[in-house]
Design a protein around this ligand. Structure first.
Ligand SMILES: [Zn+2]
Length: 67
């Protein structure tokens, strides 16, 4: 995971703490909707989960290091 310096204040997705301007943070993509919309669809004989979405979230340095 490569850390970047933020140019604006962000909130850590994991611990909800504030990432101050100039602090290091990392971006991670998480999957949304998988558990809520657990319906599956048959496509070409394969089961595909619908309403599957990936969104990028900001995480602070501490959370990224303590996996
Ligand atoms: Zn955090």
């Amino acid at each position: 995971m490569k850390l970047k310096k933020t140019r604006k204040e962000r909130k850590c997705y994991s611990c909800k703490s504030l990432i101050n301007k100039g602090d290091l943070y990392g971006q991670k993509s998480i999957v949304l909707g998988e558990k809520v919309n657990g319906e599956s669809e048959t496509f070409d004989g394969m089961n595909t989960v619908v309403h599957y979405m990936r969104i990028p979230v900001s995480m602070c340095k501490t959370c990224l290091e303590n996996k």
